[in-house]
Ligand binder design. Structure first.
Ligand code: HEM
Length: 192
């Protein structure tokens, strides 16, 4: 991960790249009360899903291999916190840095969790996809205007993708191939 990054600027650029408009951010905000009214069901669904996959499940087990209900409750609480911040989506404030900090907690486990290693990056991607689908279903079920529900789901999808960029920032090597000093010329471009 690069040393000094303006995460807020990066997030704003990603929002532009995926075409997340200010109107769509407002639309996401307007769904806040509805989404938060179902926060418990949403977060429970996420963790029930995690528990079906052994490589994800192992992060939520006690030493004797039972599901650690206390840890699960703490993590559900974290996800509700994340949902609230997602709805507010304050790109110009501390939210982008909090997302990168959240990414680091997953990619670089703290000492008390070091023996488990990193949360696999694919599960970060999978969680965002799972959340997108669950939210789209919720909006379709709960919003009386299907057209508006569809637009709100599109807005949530884009907004969650913008977040995924930061949630993967501590995993991704930005340049797997560094630029070379001299441009590589195709044979036809080379002078004889
Ligand atoms: C969209 C994806 C995810 C988000 C937004 C998210 C969010 C969070 C947040 C906000 C925390 C609290 C961080 C803190 O206390 O500083 C946390 C902790 C944690 N998450 Fe996630 N999480 C995601 C995916 C996952 C996945 C896929 C797993 C495992 C399969 C996972 C396992 C954990 C664990 C084990 C902790 C505890 C870290 C610790 O305190 O040592 N998370 N998560």
């Amino acid at each position: 991960m690069p040393g000094l990054v303006d995460w807020s600027a990066r997030m704003q650029e990603m929002a532009q790249f995926v075409g997340l408009s200010p109107e769509e951010v407002e639309l996401v905000r307007s769904t806040g009360p509805l989404v938060l009214a179902h926060a418990e069901a949403l977060t429970s669904a996420v963790y029930e899903h995690f528990l079906q996959f052994p490589e994800a499940r192992r992060f939520f087990l006690t030493e004797d291999g039972q599901v650690d209900q206390e840890r699960l409750a703490r993590r559900k609480h974290s996800l509700v916190w994340w949902l609230r911040n997602s709805i507010e989506f304050k790109v110009a404030e501390e939210f982008p840095v909090q997302l990168v900090a959240t990414a680091v907690v997953h990619s670089h486990p703290p000492t008390h969790r070091a023996h488990l290693g990193s949360v696999p990056a694919r599960y970060m991607i999978g969680t965002i996809s799972f959340a997108q689908t669950a939210l789209a279903q919720l909006l379709r079920q709960e919003m009386p205007d299907p057209g508006l529900a569809w637009r709100a789901a599109v807005a949530w999808n884009k907004m969650l993708m913008v977040q995924l960029d930061l949630l993967l920032a501590s995993y991704v090597t930005e340049q797997p191939t560094a630029p070379t000093a001299t441009p590589h010329l195709e044979r036809s471009e080379q002078t004889p």
